[in-house]
Design a protein around this ligand. Structure first.
Ligand SMILES: Nc1ncnc2c1ncn2[C@@H]1O[C@H](COP(=O)(O)OP(=O)(O)OP(=O)(O)O)[C@@H](O)[C@H]1O
Length: 544
C-alpha cells in the first residue's frame, strides 16, 4: 500500500495534498452535521433558524468535499494506470526477444488486464478512506468534548476491533496470492482457445480433451482459489459486522451507565456512534484489503524483472546507438553459435559455429530440412537473438547491446509467423502513394484494397494475399537488407515467379543484401550462393 501511496505521490503530490485536505474538510462537515443534529434535538425554536442555515452549509460542504477528491483521484488513478500500461508496453518492446518467447503471453496479459485494474480499484477508494477517517476522528473528537469518560469504553473497543481485523485479514493474504497465481494459467489457456480455435473446431476429441484436461482445470483452479478467498473474506467481513454490533451494543449500554446523568452527552454519544460505525467498519475493511494491491504491484514488479532479466547471452535493448553510416552495407557472421536453453542439456538445439557474409547486391539462399536451424539463423542474422559466441559485424563494426537496435533496423524481414499492421507506420509517406499502388497492381491486390491515409483499407485477406501485402510493406520500407523466411511457400506459381525472377533480382540490383530461406529447389540456380544447414551447421556454402 505504501508503494501505491508513493506511486500516487510521485504522479502528483499537489493532487494528493488537495485530496487529503478536501477529504478531511468533508469528513469534518460530516461529523459537524451529526453534532448539529444532536444539538438540534435539544434546541429551542429561537435557535432553529441558525441551525437550518448551518445544516444547509454543512450539506453543501459534504457534497463538494466528497465530489472534488473523487474527481481528482479518478484522474490521478487513471493517469497512473496509463503510466503503468505504457511502462509495461515499453518494457515488453525493450525486452530481449528470446525472453518474451520464454515468458509467453499468459502472464503478460494477466498483468495488463488484472493487476493494473486492481490498482485502479484500490486507488479509487482512497477519497472515501480519507473522508471515513475524518468522520471517525471528528465524531471521536465530538464525543471527547461531550464526555471524556465515555472514551474509556469506546477507544478500547475500537482498538480491539482493529487488532482483530488486521490479524484475521493477514490470513487472507496467501489465499489472495494463490488466487492471483492461478490467473496466469487461465490467461494462458484462454490464449490457446483463441489461437487454436480452428484446430479445436475441426477435431472433436481434441477439443473435448483440451477442455477437460487443460481449460477446465485452469478454470477450476481459479474458481477454487477465488472461492476460498471469497468465503474467507465474507466470513471475516460478516464476523466483523457481527462483532461491531456487539461492541456497539456494549458501548451504547455502557455509555448509558457512564453518562447516565447527562442526557445531551448520552444522545450525542448514541448518534455519533451510530453514525461513525459504518465509516469505521468500511475503514478497517479497506485497510484489510490493502495487501491485494501489494500483490498486484508485486506481480507487475515480477513481470518487469523477468522482462529485463537477461537470458544468458541476451541483453535488453539499451539506448539505441546508431551504427556509423556506410554506403556499403555488409554483414559478417564469424564463428557464431546459439543454443536454446542449457548448452549441456541433452535436448538443447545448437546452431553453429557459422561463418557467413552478406554483401550488397548478394542473393543468398538458405536451405535445409525442417528443424535444421534456418529460422534460428535468420533470427541471429536479424539481431533478434544474440549469439552465444562468435561475432556479428556490420560494416566492420561489432554489433553489441548498444547498437543492436540500430542494426536490427537495417533489415526488412517476413517470417513465417509475420504480423500485418493495418497502419503503415514507419514507411516514408512520399513512397507510399505511388509505390503502394504500383506494388498492389503487381501482386494483384489492387482490386482488393487501397492505401487510404497511410493505412490499408483492409487486411482481411487470404493467407497468400496477406503474405503479398507483407511483401509490399517490406519493399516500401526500403532497407539495406531483406530476409524472407519461406515467403513463396503458399503462393501461386505465378507469384513465385514474380518473387524469384523479378523481386529478388531487382532487390539485388538495387544493392540490397537478400537472404531467402527456401525449399524451392527449382529456383536455387538464381541465387549467388546457396547455404545448406543440417542440425544447425552449414554443410555446404556454394556459389550457384
Ligand atoms: N522458441 C524455441 N524454443 C526452444 N527451441 C526452439 C525454439 N525454436 C526452435 N527451437 C529448436 O531449434 C530447432 C531449429 O528450429 P528452426 O525453427 O530454426 O528450424 P527451421 O530449419 O527453420 O525449420 P523449418 O524448416 O521447419 O521452419 C528446432 O528443432 C527446435 O529444437
Amino acid at each position: 500500500m505504501l508503494s501505491l501511496f508513493s506511486l500516487l505521490l510521485r504522479r502528483s503530490s499537489t493532487s494528493m495534498l488537495a485530496i487529503s485536505v478536501i477529504g478531511i474538510a468533508a469528513g469534518l462537515c460530516n461529523s459537524a452535521l451529526i453534532a448539529l443534529i444532536s444539538q438540534a434535538l435539544g434546541s429551542t425554536p429561537s435557535t432553529l433558524e441558525t441551525m437550518v442555515a448551518g445544516y444547509l452549509a454543512l450539506c453543501a460542504g459534504v457534497l463538494v468535499g466528497n465530489t472534488v477528491p473523487e474527481i481528482l483521484l479518478a484522474r490521478l488513478s487513471r493517469a497512473i494506470t496509463s503510466d503503468l500500461r505504457l511502462k509495461l508496453g515499453r518494457r515488453i518492446l525493450a525486452a530481449p526477444f528470446r525472453r518474451l518467447e520464454m515468458i509467453g503471453k499468459g502472464p503478460v496479459l494477466a498483468a495488463l488486464a488484472q493487476d493494473v485494474q486492481s490498482i485502479v480499484n484500490t486507488a479509487s477508494r482512497l477519497p472515501s478512506l480519507v473522508v471515513s477517517l475524518t468522520i471517525v476522528l471528528g465524531c471521536l473528537g465530538y464525543m471527547v468534548w461531550l464526555s471524556p469518560r465515555g472514551m474509556l469504553l469506546v477507544l478500547p473497543a475500537m482498538a480491539l476491533l482493529v487488532l482483530f481485523y488486521v490479524f484475521a485479514a493477514r490470513r487472507l493474504v496467501p489465499l489472495w496470492r494463490q488466487e492471483r497465481d492461478t490467473q496466469d494459467e487461465l490467461h494462458r489457456e484462454q490464449q490457446q482457445v483463441l489461437d487454436g480455435i480452428k484446430e479445436l473446431k475441426l477435431h472433436g476429441p481434441r477439443r473435448h480433451e483440451f477442455m477437460e484436461r487443460d481449460f477446465a482445470p485452469a478454470v477450476e483452479h481459479v474458481r477454487h482459489a477465488s472461492l476460498r478467498a471469497a468465503i474467507s473474506g465474507a466470513l471475516l467481513s460478516n464476523f466483523v459486522h457481527f462483532f461491531t454490533w456487539l461492541v456497539l451494543g456494549v458501548m451504547l449500554f455502557g455509555v448509558f451507565t457512564l453518562t447516565t446523568h447527562d442526557s445531551e452527552a448520552t444522545r450525542g454519544y448514541v448518534l455519533s456512534l451510530m453514525y461513525m460505525w459504518g465509516p469505521f467498519r468500511g475503514l478497517i475493511e479497506d485497510i484489510g484489503r490493502w495487501p491485494q494491491v501489494s500483490i498486484a504491484l508485486d506481480k507487475l514488479a515480477q513481470l518487469e524483472v523477468s522482462l529485463s532479466e537477461p537470458v544468458p547471452d541476451e541483453a535488453a535493448d539499451t539506448l539505441a546507438v546508431a551504427l556509423p553510416p556506410g554506403g556499403r552495407h555488409e554483414v559478417l557472421l564469424e564463428g557464431v553459435t546459439y543454443a536454446f536453453g542449457d548448452t549441456d542439456a541433452a535436448h538443447s538445439f545448437h546452431v553453429g559455429p557459422i561463418d557467413l557474409a552478406l554483401r550488397p547486391g548478394e542473393l543468398v539462399f538458405v536451405v535445409g530440412g525442417n528443424g535444421s536451424g534456418k529460422t534460428t539463423l535468420a533470427k541471429l542474422l536479424t539481431g533478434l537473438y544474440t549469439p552465444k559466441s562468435g561475432r556479428l559485424m556490420w560494416n566492420g563494426v561489432p554489433v553489441t547491446n548498444q547498437n543492436r537496435e540500430a542494426y536490427r533496423n537495417t533489415f526488412s524481414a517476413i517470417f513465417t509467423d509475420f504480423h500485418l499492421f493495418e497502419n503503415l507506420r514507419g514507411v516514408d509517406p512520399t513512397l507510399l502513394e505511388g509505390g503502394a499502388r504500383e506494388y498492389l497492381r503487381l501482386f494483384e491486390l489492387d482490386t482488393k484494397l487501397q492505401v487510404v491515409e497511410g493505412r490499408f483499407s483492409t487486411t482481411s485477406l487470404s493467407t497468400g494475399q496477406r503474405k503479398r501485402l507483407a511483401m509490399i510493406v517490406a519493399l516500401l520500407e526500403d532497407r539495406p537488407f531483406y530476409l524472407f523466411d519461406e515467403w513463396a511457400a503458399d503462393q501461386d506459381p505465378e507469384f513465385r515467379e514474380v518473387f524469384y525472377r523479378k523481386i529478388l533480382p531487382e532487390l539485388a540490383a538495387r544493392g540490397k543484401g537478400v537472404i531467402v530461406i527456401t525449399h524451392d529447389d527449382r529456383y536455387f540456380h538464381l541465387a549467388h550462393r546457396v547455404i545448406k544447414l543440417e542440425l544447425g551447421r552449414t554443410v555446404t556454402a556454394v556459389a550457384a
